[in-house]
Design a protein around this ligand. Structure first.
Ligand code: FRU
Length: 492
């Protein structure tokens, strides 16, 4: 069969002379590029891949299309750090030049095996614009950081019977001396599933079956992408990115969404007993997160701060998307809690601080800058409707509004000259128990904001593309409340 070709299916090895330098130059003058969030030098970034603390260093790989802000031939780009804040760009880790990965090195995860880091990924195969298949592949990074593709790739050729070509995003873990691989899959009846392979040596794999996982999702769910599994505080946690869910009142408001599931995994018998499941993040731009074990065995997460099928204002500068900050996970009262990794505190410069009581109206607080962390606590709240306006100027502002009578929080990003994604709505909302106290920790980095509410019980991750002068922070209330804040410029 002839190889399916399209201009977007070429690798960096096929770049014309100076092409990559020109792409880099085009995006360098951007005022929207984040300072402390991992982002692409140029081109499009999507999912975090292969996350690991390995041999004393943090490694983050990510899906990368070099030639523009679109989804094309995906490579694995690579950055590393010793402290989770200073990231060094490394040569592209996986360039899809082989037949078994002819249309891209898709997402996957890593695990340390015999002192080397095994990077599992999906070799995407396209036969036409609609028809596809998938191979599961392995690359190995040694202690010196050299990465080689496994000679016997693919480790899993094609897809098992009963599934379409949409089988991808390997996550490998070890239990009782056996390695298991979870894969996101689509059944032949076009519904989403997770399938499982097993191996005794992490290289030779056999199909075990489909995971019995009753998420009670509607049949419109046509794919489960990027499954992740880990144990935390004695519980089994599954994180997965379902596609095809219809928006409900405060749920599944993005085109693609992410849920975490708490329960009990019996991998031998292929069952995951679901105790509860919830959305992981309520913002506009959050998808395909992945977790890993950090330096002190804590569970850390990076997410893709982006959304498929949408154009972003930075596209015209030749780059798209970034990752979230690293977040530490915990389970409290049956909920997965996300907190910014403590390492980020090292970026804090001398804060502007203040304490005042607001009776009604709006007060501007904090030092205006492009990247800062804001700690805010609102107490003795008597207001019904109160909140914040970030990236604020006379003409722009991101509005976070708490509504006590409805017990909801809403984020609205309509009010910008560079609006985008309006076809999916300009508001995201969530239920929240609002008493007389709310605290927030907010990370702003030029064109991304991450809002952690009440110790990470609720998180909104969103991109905004403000004018340069839109840096104000306003606290707004329709009644009384006490405000206490610290706003740290980030030294980066
Ligand atoms: C999620 C995803 C994965 C796939 C990758 C391709 O955003 O669609 O399922 O492996 O992106 O870039």
């Amino acid at each position: 069969m002839n190889r399916y070709t399209e201009p977007k299916y070429r690798t960096i090895n096929d770049a014309k002379e100076n092409e990559l330098d020109q792409l880099q130059a085009k995006s360098t003058s951007s005022t929207w590029k984040p300072a402390y969030h991992i982002h692409p030098g140029y081109g499009l970034m999507n999912d975090p891949n292969g996350l690991a603390y390995f041999n004393g260093e943090f490694h983050v790989f990510y899906q990368w299309y070099p030639f523009g802000p679109t989804h094309g031939m995906k490579h694995w780009a690579h950055v590393k750090s010793t402290d989770l804040i200073d990231w060094k760009r490394l040569p592209t880790a996986i360039v899809p030049v082989e037949d078994y990965e002819s249309h891209g090195a898709y997402s996957g995860a890593s695990i340390e095996v015999d002192g080397e880091l095994y990077l599992y990924y999906t070799g995407n195969i396209k036969y036409s614009a609609e028809e596809r298949s998938a191979n599961q592949c392995l690359a190995i990074m040694d202690k010196d950081g050299a990465i080689r593709k496994y000679e016997q790739n693919p480790i899993i050729e094609g897809v098992p019977e009963g599934y379409t070509g949409h089988v991808r995003d390997p996550k490998v873990f070890k239990k009782n001396d056996t390695y298991y691989m979870l894969l996101g899959a689509q059944r032949s009846n076009l519904t989403g599933a997770i399938i499982v392979y097993e191996s005794s040596n992490a290289r030779d794999w056999s199909f075990k079956g489909e995971l019995d996982l009753d998420l009670n999702l509607p049949d419109t769910c046509y794919m489960l992408e990027c499954p992740d599994y880990f144990e935390l505080n004695g519980q089994d946690v599954l994180v997965v990115s379902p596609q095809g869910l219809e928006p409900e009142e405060h749920a599944y408001q993005n085109l693609y969404n992410v849920i975490y599931v708490l329960g009990e995994l019996d991998i031998e018998n292929l069952t995951f007993k679901v105790e509860s499941h919830h959305e992981l993040d309520k913002g506009f731009d959050f998808y395909a997160p992945q977790t890993f074990e950090g330096k002190n065995k804590e569970r850390l997460l990076f997410g893709w701060a982006g959304m498929g099928e949408m154009d972003y204002p930075s596209d015209k500068e030749g780059w798209a998307h970034c990752l979230t900050i690293p977040r530490k996970l915990d389970i409290v009262d049956g909920r997965l809690i996300q907190k910014p990794a403590r390492e980020l505190e090292k970026l804090r410069a001398e804060p502007a601080k203040g304490e005042f009581s607001l009776s009604q109206g709006s007060t501007e607080i904090g030092a205006a800058s492009y990247q800062y962390e804001l700690e805010l606590s609102l107490e003795s709240i008597e207001s019904e409707i109160f909140g914040l306006r970030l990236f604020s100027s006379e003409t722009e502002g991101l509005v976070l509004e708490f509504n006590r009578s409805e017990q909801t929080v809403t984020l609205n990003r309509e009010n910008f000259a560079e609006t985008f994604g309006g076809e999916y709505g300009f508001e995201r909302s969530s239920k929240l128990e609002i008493g007389d106290k709310v605290d927030m920790q907010i990370f702003v980095d030029r064109s991304i904001v991450e809002i952690f509410i009440n110790g990470g019980e609720l998180v909104f991750t969103s991109r905004v593309f403000p004018h340069k002068e839109s840096t104000g922070i306003n606290v707004v209330a329709d009644g009384k409340m006490n405000v206490n804040y610290k706003s740290y410029p980030m030294s980066c």
